[in-house]
Design a protein around this ligand. Structure first.
Ligand code: SF4
Ligand code: SF4
Length: 473
């Protein structure tokens, strides 16, 4: 056991003292009250916290020091290797291979999570950093879910990514981040073009929703809404799904004319500074526009990345502003009786795809996974419903997560999705509901074609918008 003080931990992890207290209260950090103002923390829990924040443990308990002194002289462990954070860590791997069996891309180009763990334990950092494995992995955490020893495989892969020289990162991730930092969004869409497009789309929607206007920079609006730059760039019509919902429920909302990008590619490339800068701009917008809440409707990674950055660097903002996932907001509207949905507009068998980031990874990292909400909403619109097997925490990735959608490894990504395709086929559903842009594009455009699925693929909010019963007035 370690004896720790709240303020020491806060300083060590760069968060506010109240954040540490909240973690303890919520059980995210399982510490018990100790003598004086100290808390007692198990060594393994302390290491897990360090893992989560990508930090090397500063402390060594007596037992760990003893273990260190008993190390075999034959041990191949360079103590300073950045991929080897703790003496007890990789040694807990049983080499059982459960992770390799669960990983949908295991075996492709020699990628195998068990091998990655062993190589890290043996100090083969250069080989891991120079290989493309970390970039072919979708960070889906299916391997971790299967691991009997709870080895932090995804954290390890993220660390491998973060150590890759920036000019050697495959695909457009670095370019997207640079453009976002310089121009405010990943695709560098100029402000005038963006605003002109929003106004044009708003005029179109006003034909169906009389009086509709897109609220830009509205001070005092309740909800600030972020946007995935892919939408104005390639699929502007899809912006109207949320707008129609806001119109029907009479939401007070706004879009910022600057720094509206909700996507955060720093999360995929291990660039913490970029993650922090992108989320910091959202926080600035919340303050500037005096909003109460933030909606992140882009995808699971955007939600998870923003929550993590807020917890670590902007705890005061997390206390002040409500952060909505798409599920939180739609369920709030339903529970308040604001949404009326027609269950007859989407006949035919429908299934639901669990996003890894909203589900399995949110459950592990934030202590809450969104599994039931999406199913409840889907079934209100599509009563003829069937689940894929396995589902929820055990669901298979579509293959496009973790930045794989933007990577140059298209063939591997489509191969990765073959298990998802099989799951969909086995349900015999004619429609798949998704909650993430990458999942939607991978299933709709690639798995559909490659595996001849013939399914309609809809966002959850698109389904809701198309099922809305409201009186345009
Ligand atoms: S499942 Fe866990 S214990 Fe088994 S080989 Fe993989 S990392 Fe090691
Ligand atoms: S693709 Fe998924 S299962 Fe495979 S190593 Fe990456 S996180 Fe683990």
């Amino acid at each position: 056991m370690l004896e720790v003080r709240i303020n020491e931990l806060a300083e060590e992890f760069g968060v506010h003292r109240n954040t540490i207290r909240n973690w303890i209260k919520a059980g995210i950090l399982p510490a018990q009250k100790g003598p004086g103002r100290r808390y007692l923390l198990k060594w393994a829990d302390y290491v897990a916290l360090c893992e989560r924040f990508g930090k090397r443990p500063r402390r060594l308990p007596e037992t760990a020091k003893e273990e260190e002194s008993k190390k075999s002289p034959y041990r191949l462990l360079p103590p300073s290797t950045p991929l080897y954070p703790d003496p007890s860590w990789a040694d807990i791997c049983l080499t059982c291979g459960a992770c390799a069996s669960a990983c949908p891309i295991s075996g492709v180009d020699g990628l195998d999570p068990r091998k990655v763990v062993r190589m890290a334990a043996l100090g083969m950092d250069e080989e891991l950093i120079n290989s493309d494995w970390a970039w072919k992995c979708s960070l889906c955490a299916k391997c971790e879910e299967s691991c009997p020893m709870k080895v932090e495989i995804v954290q390890l892969i993220c660390r491998i990514r973060s150590l890759r020289p920036r000019d050697k990162i495959p695909g457009p991730l670095v370019r997207g981040i640079t453009t976002c930092l310089e121009k405010g969004n990943n695709l560098g869409i100029p402000k005038e073009d963006f605003l002109a497009l929003l106004k044009y789309l708003a005029r179109e929607l006003a034909e169906e929703c009389p009086g509709f206007e897109v609220p830009i920079d509205v001070h005092g609006a309740r909800l600030l809404v972020t946007i995935n730059s892919k939408e104005p760039f390639a699929e502007p019509e899809s912006l109207k799904y949320w707008w129609k919902i806001f119109y029907a429920v009479k939401e007070s909302w706004t879009i910022s004319s600057e720094y509206w990008e909700g996507v955060n590619w720093g999360f995929f490339s291990g660039n913490e500074e970029a993650m922090r800068a992108i989320v910091g701009r959202l926080v600035d917008n919340l303050h500037r526009l005096n909003c109460e809440a933030l909606l992140l409707p882009e995808s699971g990674h955007a939600y998870l990345a923003t929550r993590l950055v807020l917890e670590q660097w902007f705890p005061e903002a997390l206390n002040k502003f409500k952060i909505y996932s798409v599920f939180d907001l739609l369920m709030e509207y339903l529970n308040k009786g604001l949404l009326v949905l027609d269950a007859k507009r989407h006949p035919g068998l429908t299934t639901y795809h669990d996003s890894c980031n909203y589900g399995r990874r949110s459950l592990k990292i934030l202590g809450r996974g969104y599994f039931e909400e999406g199913r409840i909403i889907t079934q209100l619109c599509c009563p003829d419903f069937v689940d894929m097997q396995p589902n929820r925490n055990g669901n298979y990735c579509c293959g496009a997560g973790g930045g794989a959608w933007s990577s140059p490894y298209k063939a591997e990504r489509i191969f990765h999705g073959r298990i998802k395709a099989r799951q969909i086929k086995e349900t015999q559903a004619k429609r798949v509901i998704v909650t993430c842009h990458q999942c939607r594009d991978q299933i709709k455009f690639f798995l559909n074609k490659e595996y001849e699925l013939g399914v309609e693929v809809k966002y959850l909010w698109e389904l809701v918008a198309d099922s809305l019963v409201f009186d345009p007035s």
